[in-house]
Design a protein around this ligand. Structure first.
Ligand code: PLP
Length: 373
């Protein structure tokens, strides 16, 4: 099965080997603790910050929930900036921990407008924090975090950024962009299995946690619990050293090779291929470098395309929520990015489209080859 979905992405052989190495006792082995901290420093390096980063064991949604649990207290007003599924979804975590979400909805087919946010903040800026999404994976849009977070910082609002599908694949400068909480995951552009939440906290975010009036109402979804233990060179609970070895390797790759440029290159090739064949990108601007979403012609069903691709040995993504049957998505993340994977995928997609009675203006496989010339 070729995994070309919008995360989890393909896990390459080098990382599979790291995952299979002998296991130690992470609570007792002094070498492990040194290795773990070193790996966490590499996360900070990757996302452009002097601040500390740490890893929590759990799928990336743990990071999103823990950010809300750790920063939001009952009654806090939180601005939920949304132009898609994950942006809107933050509301539930905010409410779960007693926050009062104020929803700021934007055009779902475009990047969040910095001008619109600036205008909104002129009228209302009494917020403890704001939640936003870096890359809206379900719609293939990368929001201009570099412009949005400084606007929030100007008004003293903490920014909580879901960068799960962007870390490793899109440029990120946590310090320069004044991001307060950056949340990543292992299963997208770092091309590992799901299971790690990557957290980076600014000094301001840490101070806000230290100055809470109430205790964080969770043991597991609790940033303080993590960094307090790390300061003592220990962990809140046993770590997964296999996944951490995989993460170390993935971060080495992301730091040493032209990883970002590769993501941009493949994104560009995939977009141009679909456009040349007459397909419509869902995103009207701010197209993501990690996932491309195609709005299907009326008569086509993403469910049918998914099924027929699956039967041929290809896993691609459908849409999410209301768009489930309207979009197909290709993840150009991490180890998905191999030329031959795309040529094969496009050949299969052409066959599936033909079976479903769709005549593109040019075959995808042909458009793909053209881009490579
Ligand atoms: C993948 C992803 C997550 C994690 O969600 P899952 O549904 O568990 O994969 C969170 N936020 C974004 C933007 C993501 O792409």
């Amino acid at each position: 099965m070729l995994i070309m979905s919008a995360g989890p992405a393909t896990v390459g052989a080098d990382k599979l080997a790291a995952l299979a190495e002998p296991v130690t006792n992470t609570m007792l082995d002094p070498n492990y603790i040194t290795f773990h901290k070193q790996t966490e420093r590499m996360i900070s390096q990757l996302v452009g910050t002097e601040s500390d980063s740490f890893v929590m064991l759990g799928e990336a949604l743990l990071g999103l929930e823990a950010a809300c649990a750790s920063l939001i207290e009952p009654g806090d007003r939180v601005l939920v900036i949304h132009n898609g599924f994950f942006g809107e979804g933050f509301r539930h975590f905010v409410e779960l921990y007693g926050g009062k979400p104020v929803m700021l909805g934007m055009d779902v087919r475009r990047g969040v407008s910095a001008d619109a946010l600036a205008q909104f903040l002129e009228k209302d800026h009494q917020f403890k924090a704001a939640t936003l999404v870096h890359c809206e994976t379900p719609s293939g849009i990368t929001n201009p975090i570099s412009q949005l977070c400084p606007l929030l910082a100007k008004h003293g609002i903490l920014s909580i950024v879901d960068s799960v599908s962007a870390v490793g694949g899109e440029p990120i400068e946590v310090d320069a962009w004044q991001v307060d909480v950056l949340l990543g995951g292992s299963q997208k552009c770092l091309s590992l299995p799901a299971g790690l939440s990557l957290i980076t906290l600014s000094q301001k975010a840490k101070r806000a946690i230290e100055e809470r009036k109430t205790a964080i109402p969770s043991f597991y979804a609790n940033f303080k619990n993590h960094y307090d233990h790390l300061q003592q060179k220990s962990f809140a609970y046993t770590m997964n050293d296999g996944l951490m070895k995989g993460l170390h390797l993935a971060l080495q790759k992301a730091l040493r090779t032209d990883y970002l440029a590769e993501h941009a290159r493949y994104a560009n090739l995939v977009r141009k291929t679909f456009i040349t064949s007459g397909y419509e990108l869902y995103a009207k601007d701010c197209q993501s470098n990690t996932v491309t979403a195609i709005l299907l012609p009326e008569k086509l069903s993403a469910g049918q395309i998914f099924q027929k691709m699956y039967e041929r040995g290809y896993l691609i993504s459908k849409g999410v929520g209301q768009l489930t049957d309207r979009l197909i998505r290709i993840g150009h993340m991490g180890d998905n990015n191999q030329l031959e994977y795309y040529s094969k995928t496009f050949v299969a997609l052409d066959q599936v489209m033909a079976e479903l009675g769709h005549q593109p203006i040019k075959r995808l496989a042909e458009s793909w080859e053209e881009q490579l010339d």
